[in-house]
Design a protein around this ligand. Structure first.
Ligand SMILES: N[C@@H](CCC(=O)N[C@@H](CS)C(=O)NCC(=O)O)C(=O)O
Length: 205
């Protein structure tokens, strides 16, 4: 069975767990957290020198870091990857947007708010910069979701799963989703997908 090494409370780690649940892919969850030094443990660094979770480990020992790459691996050939070439590229475009324009603001601001261990990094300047950056990213999503049910075409793709992870946690970082009603409706749509699981879900056993 595959293993997903991850920190339950991390949105990046939630992405592959949620996808595996939606696609009924069995996996083992191994809790590895940066809060207790788990990502700096020599045994973990031997698997992934960048020392970040999530990390996918296959049955044969091969490992794959980067949440959105893990999504692509797990979803290949599934309904979450469009067959159309342009739609597939649009999905990738959202995945890159998520990592460069959304996660560094929306996710980072939330982590600065919710983890006391990071309090020293939560300077007024950083909080202001992540608020501005996050609002800009959410406005980009809202422009699409005010007029569409899904980020790409008319069905959920990996773009929706990747962006759902930290967008549904955005209020914890001080973002008011009442300002983006299209996003609020889309969050409810993702949460209603069959076999959707919440952030704190891990498989039994
Ligand atoms: N681009 C990476 C980001 C992963 C990442 O930053 N993970 C955090 C937890 S959310 C982590 O492991 N941090 C540990 C560290 O930076 O030492 C991905 O999407 O997987």
């Amino acid at each position: 069975m595959i293993t997903i090494h991850g920190m339950t409370d991390s949105g990046n780690c939630y992405k592959p767990r949620l996808l595996a649940a939606l696609l009924e892919i069995p996996f083992r969850h191994n809790e590895v957290s940066f809060l207790d030094g788990g990502t700096r443990d020599p045994a973990f660094l031997a698997k992934t020198p960048n020392g970040k979770v999530p990390l996918l480990e296959l049955e044969d020992g091969r490992t794959l870091p980067e949440s959105n790459a893990i999504l692509c691996y797990l979803a290949e050939g599934s309904r979450f990857v469009p067959a159309d070439r342009f739609a597939r590229a649009q999905m990738m475009s959202w995945l890159f947007f998520e990592q460069y324009s959304h996660e560094p603001h929306v996710a980072v601001r939330r982590s600065l708010v919710v983890y006391p261990q990071l309090a020293a990094s939560a300077t007024p300047e950083r909080m202001a910069a992540t608020l501005a950056g996050g609002r800009k990213a959410l406005a980009v999503m809202e422009a699409r979701l005010a007029v569409a049910h899904w980020l790409v075409d008319d069905a959920p793709t990996l773009a929706d799963i990747a962006l759902y992870a930290y967008t549904h946690l955005a209020p914890e970082g001080g973002f008011d989703l009442a300002e983006t009603p299209g996003i609020a409706r889309w969050l409810a749509r993702v949460a209603a997908l069959p076999r959707h699981r919440p952030l704190d879900w891990t498989p039994a056993g």
